[in-house]
Design a binder for this molecule. Structure first.
Ligand code: PXP
Length: 256
């Protein structure tokens, strides 16, 4: 049986930068959001520095790394440019994601199974710098196995398809994808991997997924920042924490 570990909340502040960039200048500042999120109980801060710098910019990464005490999870594409930035900034964690210029957000997981030869040295260089590496992948047995093969210590399971099926009211599809996530998380733990999850999560889905004992971190951005417009960052983070705690309590009941 899996040892029941606490579940961490990583807050992605990319969309604070999206709003800032709509007008140029410095307001609203993602660093201020990161500090407020940590003060409200976030366990870490996540940023995705895209090739086109459409939201987070290089100086945001450096300022957050320097001024926020909580661990920084740096999302990056597997490119030489991003590797050089990661090795220079030395975040606590790096999450390798696929990146297409035309996408609005990260669509689908990273292809690991067919990219072992390039990903293995990429992961090795980050790990050699003391950075905890995760790979953002679909809950697909072949991808999970490949993540272990390239010696990534962590995977982040892409929850987008599951959240979309729920939003579309397709309970059957949602159940099928959730089962894949559940089995994928179990497979990953058996392979010695730490398991995180993220993409598209809201209060209800964060509660449901927190009941999977293998998952020890959620990374949440779009819904959390959007909801903060209505009720403020602090209450939203408290509501997420409470939802995750309820999910964890369910896992505890099921394990008892
Ligand atoms: N995890 C990863 C690896 C992501 O790329 C994203 C989206 O930037 C998220 C989590 C957060 O997804 P969302 O913004 O939909 O909560």
């Amino acid at each position: 049986m899996v040892e029941l570990r606490p579940i961490r909340l990583g807050v992605n502040v990319d969309h604070v930068a999206t709003l800032r960039n709509a007008r140029g200048g410095w307001h609203p500042d993602p660093l201020r959001a990161a500090k407020a999120a940590v003060a409200a109980g976030a366990d870490g801060i996540t940023v995705h520095l895209r090739e086109d710098r459409r939201h987070i910019r290089d100086e945001d990464v450096r300022r957050i790394r320097a001024e926020v005490a909580a661990p920084l999870n740096f999302e990056l594409a597997a490119t030489p440019e991003m590797l050089a930035i990661a090795l220079d900034v030395k975040p606590h964690a790096a999450c390798v994601v696929p990146e297409k210029r035309t996408e609005r957000t990260t669509e689908g997981g990273l292809e690991v199974a067919n990219a072992r030869a390039t990903l293995a040295p990429f992961v090795a260089k980050l790990r050699a710098a003391g950075i905890r590496v995760s790979l953002f992948i679909e809950p697909d047995p072949a991808q999970i196995e490949a993540a272990a093969a390239v010696e990534a210590p962590v995977i982040e399971i892409h929850t987008g398809a599951w959240c979309e099926a729920i939003a579309a009211g397709d309970a059957k599809a949602a159940q099928t994808v959730f089962e894949r996530i559940r089995q994928g998380a179990q497979q990953a733990v058996k392979l010695g991997l730490e398991v995180h999850a993220g993409h598209g999560l809201d209060f209800a889905t964060a509660e449901t997924i927190s009941a999977l004992p293998e998952i020890v971190e959620l990374n949440i951005g779009h819904f959390l920042i959007g909801e903060a417009l209505f009720s403020g960052l602090e209450p939203v983070i408290h509501t997420f924490r409470a939802a995750m705690d309820r999910g964890r309590a369910k896992a505890r009941e099921q394990a008892a």
